[in-house]
Design a protein around this ligand. Structure first.
Ligand SMILES: [Zn+2]
Length: 205
């Protein structure tokens, strides 16, 4: 990425400006073009999800560039400790949100497309952690489990599950992501709410 190469030649002021520009960059990009350190299990590109329907034509993880930068920084921390992020869902075009809403028109399970979710803004990810062998850490429930057990504050979880969830939350929070109380897998980039809902669809080969 070009901004790294010009770092050393820049004055502190210009460098700061560049950093601000990067932090605010809302361009949609494909995560795999910026890092090879993630594991992907894009559930909505398969029928293995709560909708029992394949709603994406192909599995790609698009996000706004600022979300990608924050996610890569968080993943570097996990990698240092022997883990990495596995992704279940990233940016979700508004048209897809509408088709999900058609299948399950219940705001407890699907964000109302009239409001749009942070996934539609390119600032949310659904994730878990895997170890060196690619094995998912025990988070107490599967992804998209709609019950109180999926909540961060649910008390009847084993110590191991609580530790795994708080490990994920701690590092993500340190990298400007915000957790959602009811879903241990969902993280929003702090600044994403001010970004527009989008409907850009990515190309499939
Ligand atoms: Zn989510």
């Amino acid at each position: 990425m070009s901004f790294y190469s010009c770092k050393s030649q820049s004055s502190p002021e210009i460098y700061k400006e560049q950093q601000t520009a990067i932090a605010e960059d809302t361009t949609f990009v494909n995560l795999k073009e910026y890092s090879t350190d993630f594991v992907y299990d894009m559930k909505y590109a398969t029928e293995d999800n709560f909708l029992k329907a394949k709603v994406y034509d192909c599995a790609e993880c698009y996000l706004r560039l600022k979300t990608v930068q924050a996610l890569i920084a968080a993943n570097k921390e996990f990698l240092k400790k022997g883990y990495r992020i596995k992704l279940f869902d990233c940016y979700r075009p508004l048209a897809i949100q509408k088709s999900m809403w058609k299948i399950v028109p219940n705001p407890e399970y699907v964000a109302d497309p009239a409001k749009g979710s942070i996934h539609n803004r390119g600032g949310a990810v659904d994730i878990t952690l895997v170890d060196k062998n690619g094995k998912e850490l025990d988070m107490g429930t599967p992804f998209d489990f709609f019950g109180v057990e999926a909540g961060h504050n649910y008390p009847n979880l084993s110590k191991k599950v609580k530790n795994n969830r708080s490990f994920l939350k701690k590092i993500m929070t340190q990298h400007n992501f915000k957790s959602l109380d009811s879903e241990w897998w969902h993280y929003n980039l702090q600044s994403a709410l001010k970004d527009k809902v989008a409907n850009t669809k990515w190309d499939c080969e």
